[in-house]
Design a protein. Structure first.
Length: 375
């Protein structure tokens, strides 16, 4: 048959939909297929991570299962799916190995577990109330500050999965190093964000510049949200060229900046029932895109109102900041930014020099996924 390939039978625990992979499958259909398989893989890894023969740790395993099920699978799963789908695109028109496809999904879930680790701690530091439409993990009655250890527990799960599933891969050391490197960068980005939100920074204009903002979002968001999934997919298919990784990273960091600006906008203007949380950037005094750009556009009178009312746990103060945003028509400013950023990123994708090795579908799918998103 010309239009299909037969692949090996899935390993014993791999979710199984079909052993026949259409070579000419479009990326939308590929995404639907991958999403089903990806979601089913979560049950497999949860079972592996929480099975123990040590009776002393039975309670820990039961608790870990609760931590995993509550915190990991309920987000958009963009990062994990990006890796799994990128692997499929990179292997398109080539013989697919179902073992490797399963590995790609496990690797994707490693990123989702990393995301959950970051978010548990982020919610504690920001004193957030809800996450993904449910109470933050630390806000649950039987959890509290145990959540700090739970985040660390999740992080340890990543390296257990990596060792069990990738230790025999020729690129295992690169995969391991990349997880360590990106985790380190993200933690430092979170530190930057928190240091910039301390009370003594509230009236310091130097804390809210474009350069400061760009540094925070590059390290806190862009690396683990976009660079990590795609570069891991590269390693899984054997793309190890430092130049290819570096050129791809340039584009992916632009994605990360674009994505975080959208998040900042949605924090203020998004529907909490859609985005799954109540925005608190104003109350927390975050160095966010709206505030940074409002400071550049406002009059001296408006600036005083912004500075005097930012970072206050007071609904009246929050309303005054939002009123200035509306006076400056920040919705329109954001829409213009989004359109210009889309054009810039699309231009970078179209000029990517390694399209024979890395199909542009990998980047175009990501761009389509996040452009004009509402959550």
């Amino acid at each position: 048959m010309n239009c299909i390939e037969r692949v090996q039978s899935p390993p014993k625990n791999e979710p199984k939909i079909s052993q026949i992979i259409p070579v000419n499958m479009g990326i939308e259909d590929m995404e639907k297929r991958e999403e089903t398989l990806f979601n089913e893989t979560f049950d497999v890894i949860t079972e592996k991570l929480t099975s123990t023969v040590n009776p002393d740790l039975r309670r820990v395993s039961d608790w870990l299962k609760k931590v995993l099920v509550y915190n990991v699978p309920h987000g958009k799963k963009n990062r994990g799916m990006a890796l799994a789908l990128a692997y499929q695109v990179l292997k398109k028109n080539k013989k697919l190995d179902s073992d490797k496809s399963h590995q790609a999904r496990i690797l994707g879930w490693c990123i989702e577990i990393l995301q959950a680790f970051f978010l548990i701690h982020d919610d504690i530091m920001d004193q957030s109330l809800t996450r993904r439409g449910q109470p933050c993990w630390y806000k649950k009655e039987d959890v509290g500050l145990i959540a700090i250890n739970d985040g660390i527990l999740l992080n340890s799960c990543i390296y257990k999965l990596l060792k069990e599933n990738f230790s025999k891969e020729p690129t295992y050391s690169q995969i391991l190093d990349l997880f360590h490197e990106i985790t380190d960068l993200t933690i430092k980005g979170q530190c930057l964000d928190m240091l910039n939100s301390t009370p003594d920074m509230k009236n310091n204009p130097a804390a809210f510049t474009e350069d400061v903002y760009s540094a925070i979002i590059e390290y806190k968001t862009a690396h683990y949200s976009f660079v990590l999934p795609i570069r891991l997919a590269f390693y899984l298919v054997g793309i190890v060229s430092e130049e290819v990784h570096a050129k791809a990273e340039e584009i992916l960091l632009k994605f990360g900046h674009f994505f975080q600006v959208q998040d900042d906008f949605l924090d203020c203007y998004g529907d909490p029932s859609v985005i799954g949380k109540v925005g608190r950037d104003i109350e927390e005094g975050k160095c966010c895109w709206l505030f940074v750009n409002a400071l550049k556009l406002c009059s001296e009178e408006q600036k005083k109102i912004l500075v005097d009312n930012y970072a206050l746990e007071d609904p009246a103060a929050v309303a005054k900041v939002r009123e200035i945003y509306d006076q400056l028509n920040m919705r329109k400013v954001f829409q213009d930014y989004e359109d210009e950023s889309y054009k810039e990123i699309k231009g970078l994708i179209d000029s990517f020099a390694y399209s024979q090795l890395v199909p542009l579908e990998v980047f175009n799918w990501l761009l389509k996924k996040i452009y004009r998103r509402n959550k």
